[in-house]
Design a protein around this ligand. Structure first.
Ligand SMILES: Cc1cc2nc3c(=O)[nH]c(=O)nc-3n(C[C@H](O)[C@H](O)[C@H](O)COP(=O)(O)OP(=O)(O)OC[C@H]3O[C@@H](n4cnc5c(N)ncnc54)[C@H](O)[C@@H]3O)c2cc1C
Length: 415
């Protein structure tokens, strides 16, 4: 079997890795990627965080497998015994809900626990005791990851997935797919910008935010949109312990970033149990951003080289200073932008055959959580291609078929 994977970010690289891992010499894999440095790829521009806290069990399971691979990178991604440094920092997400958001947080918690996630609900008073820097006055409930969460270097992860895939025999071809040769419901070949024609039995659209444009090359609709998200790097002169990744009801998120890099340090809040003990006393650098809510203006394809700097004053700083009063003193240092790959029907991924062209497999539309789901999505895609069925994890809920019927597979915990 010959498979062409279009896009060599984390998703395409994971698909290639698992195709070779599971299929061996029986499958020939070519990954087409125009940008060897992944300079504009979401995988390199992400916030590089992983959480167990989703509302759908299958998303929890995808994260659990992601954590297995990221947390044991030497074993999964090492080539010739070399160590793999993904800069993984075990950490936690802290979801904060007002009274309006409390029922959703409770329902999510029940689903997460049933799926085996190590999470705890904390009443505002408990959250305030555990995190003395947190303003809980307007909160009704919080949810804290106790293990299986943290952050890592997304670029290093994508590169490690690719290196492992190559070591197993996948081939990388530098180039851009500029045409797809389709006969009825069958794709025959991909044509690259240098004129190369790649024929194959199956094609995987792993073009992330550009998945819609790649679909158009075959005259097919792939409803994935490139929505710019700005990430701010900030410094706070007021000493604080390492913060978890806080998801504020305003749509703003923030977390500590980077190594311990400033002194003096305030003592960390005592962490009673579990993974949150790993939240060490740390420096004062943070990253954060804002995601628009449903109905907010969120145009496609805004330029990546122009992060929305006004968001700091308009959205990010006010929310952060409200949630953590010490952040009144917050100073923005720089910002970058990347594209979320948004599937607006339900902000959940599209994984599986295109309904109008079954040998074009979609693996895109992951919104802001595709990095952590890359190993599970790549493994599933490989299983589907090699065996015609999901084997380790049923990914049928992500079927692109649902787009035709308009049946959303809603994920409540979208950041
Ligand atoms: C600001 C931000 C924060 C995020 N935070 C997180 C997070 O904390 N945790 C998490 O799990 N996820 C996060 N994400 C989402 C995550 O980064 C993406 O879901 C994931 O990286 C998608 O991987 P990908 O390989 O599909 O896409 P990409 O990494 O974008 O790769 C797609 C590749 O396709 C290539 N391509 C495009 N067109 C063509 C063509 N015609 N021919 C050949 N190749 C083509 C591109 O060059 C690109 O390299 C975040 C994203 C952003 C933008």
């Amino acid at each position: 079997m010959r498979v062409v994977v279009i896009g060599g970010g984390a998703i395409g690289s994971a698909v290639a890795l698992f195709l070779k891992r599971l299929g061996g010499a029986a499958v020939e894999v070519v990954v087409v990627e125009p940008d060897p440095g992944l300079a504009r790829s979401s995988s390199a521009l992400s916030a590089g965080s992983i959480r167990q806290q989703f509302s759908n069990p299958v998303n929890v399971h995808l994260s659990q497998f992601g954590h297995e691979v990221i947390g044991n990178a030497d074993a999964w991604l090492g080539v010739d015994g070399a160590a793999v440094d993904l800069g993984f920092v075990p950490g936690a997400y802290l979801f904060c809900a007002t009274a309006a958001g409390m029922p959703v947080l409770q329902a999510n918690h029940a689903a997460q626990r049933a799926a085996g996630a190590d999470v705890a609900l904390l009443a505002p008073a408990d959250a305030a005791t555990r995190f003395p820097w947190l303003n809980t006055a307007d909160l009704a409930l919080t949810s804290l990851g106790l293990s299986g969460e943290g952050w890592f270097d997304g670029y290093a992860f994508a590169r490690a997935l690719a290196a492992k895939a190559r070591s197993l025999g996948a081939r990388w071809q530098r180039g851009r797919v500029v045409a797809l040769d389709r006969a009825g419901d069958h794709l025959r070949a991909a044509q690259l910008d240098d004129g190369t024609r790649l024929e194959a039995d199956a094609f995987v659209n792993a073009a992330g935010p550009w998945a819609g444009a790649v679909g158009q090359l075959a005259g097919l609709t792939v409803p994935v949109h490139a929505r710019r998200r700005t990430v701010f790097v900030m410094r706070c002169p007021t000493p604080l312990p390492t913060l978890p990744l806080v998801c504020d009801p305003s749509g703003v998120w923030f977390r500590s970033e980077g190594p311990i890099d400033m002194a003096p340090q305030a003592p960390a809040a005592p962490a009673p149990q579990g993974g949150a003990n790993r939240l060490r006393a740390a420096g004062h650098r943070f990253i954060g951003g804002w995601s628009p809510a449903e109905g907010d203006d969120d145009p496609d394809d805004l330029p990546l080289d122009q992060p929305d700097l006004a968001q700091f004053d308009d959205k990010v700083w006010p929310a952060m200073a409200h949630r953590v009063p010490a952040f009144e003193a917050l100073r923005p240092q720089r910002a970058w932008a990347g594209y979320y790959e948004v599937h607006p029907l339900d902000h959940n991924a599209l994984i599986g055959p295109h309904p109008d062209c079954p040998n074009l497999l979609l693996c895109n539309g992951f919104s802001g959580h595709g990095l952590q789901h890359a190993p599970g999505a790549g493994r599933g895609m490989a299983e589907w291609l090699l065996h015609g069925a999901w084997q380790t994890l049923d990914l049928s809920a992500f079927s692109p078929q649902r787009v035709l019927s308009g049946q959303a597979f809603v994920e409540q915990a979208i950041i």
